[in-house]
Design a binder for this molecule. Structure first.
Ligand code: ADP
Length: 228
């Protein structure tokens, strides 16, 4: 059996990771593991973990590692060893990145590629303020200018679920998320560059162009044929 690719989609909040992840899972038929979606799912179900995580998420700071690592790695390890995946939002610091490497090496596996989507800060703030997310499938959507997130009923393009504005897309939480990304998460760029796993893609372009650039990077690793 051919092995699925093991990918990380990396980038600041609002870079378009969720959008690209949806397109990639449809095409590559691999699992999408989004730590943010896992937390939001727990919250919708009112679990203690969800309620605890929401307290951090709404402030725009990282959920503590002891909660995050368990929930993300449990999903990764629930796949069989040959199955591929796209991690989106995890890892977000070096402790999480090392725990991911350790978990994969228990199965004699490692990541194939980390795709970093680069978007400048000013653009991120605009994007997050104008974003709505589907309650059912979590797909992100852009608010058209003039649309009011509170009063205009809008439906998801993919599954017709209800769209809503996330509690952490408020200006102060967005500010914190960007600062947290710069201080705690962006050092992982160097971490993965040194491992020879990093591929960088510009994120200020059409969704299709970003997607094609991401696919080109992925095709390069799938062709080398030396994946473990
Ligand atoms: P975005 O990338 O747009 O910020 P996410 O849905 O990935 O959105 O994350 C939303 C929030 O969930 C984060 O601000 C953080 O509070 C929490 N979170 C998600 N992933 C992690 C993680 N790996 N470590 C700690 N907290 C996380």
């Amino acid at each position: 059996m051919t092995q699925g690719l093991r990918l990380v989609l990396f980038g600041p909040p609002g870079a378009g990771k969720g959008t690209q992840a949806q397109l990639l899972v449809d095409r590559l038929k691999i699992a999408h593991i989004s730590s943010g979606n896992l937390f939001r799912h727990h919250l919708q179900n009112g679990t203690p973990l969800g309620l605890k995580a929401a307290d951090y998420m709404n402030r725009g700071v990282l959920v503590p590692d002891e909660l995050t690592i368990d929930i993300a790695l449990e999903k990764v390890m629930s796949l069989n060893a040959e199955e591929g995946f796209i991690l989106d939002g995890f890892p977000r610091n070096t402790i999480q990145a090392n725990s991911l490497d350790d978990a994969l090496s228990l199965r004699s596996r490692r990541l194939d590629l980390v795709i970093a989507i680069d978007v400048p800060e000013g653009e991120l703030i605009d994007r997050l303020g104008g974003r709505m997310v589907c309650r059912e499938c979590q797909a992100p959507h852009r608010l058209e200018s003039g649309q009011n997130p509170q009063s205009d009923e809008q439906r998801c393009d993919r599954c017709a679920g209800e769209l809503y504005q996330r509690d952490d897309d408020t200006p102060s939480a967005v500010h914190n998320r960007i600062v947290v990304y710069q201080n705690e998460t962006s050092p992982l760029l160097e971490f993965y560059r040194q491992k020879g796993l990093l591929a960088e893609v510009g994120g200020v372009d059409t969704v299709e162009n970003v997607y094609n650039n991401v696919l080109a990077k992925i095709q390069r690793v799938s062709k080398t044929g030396d994946r473990e």
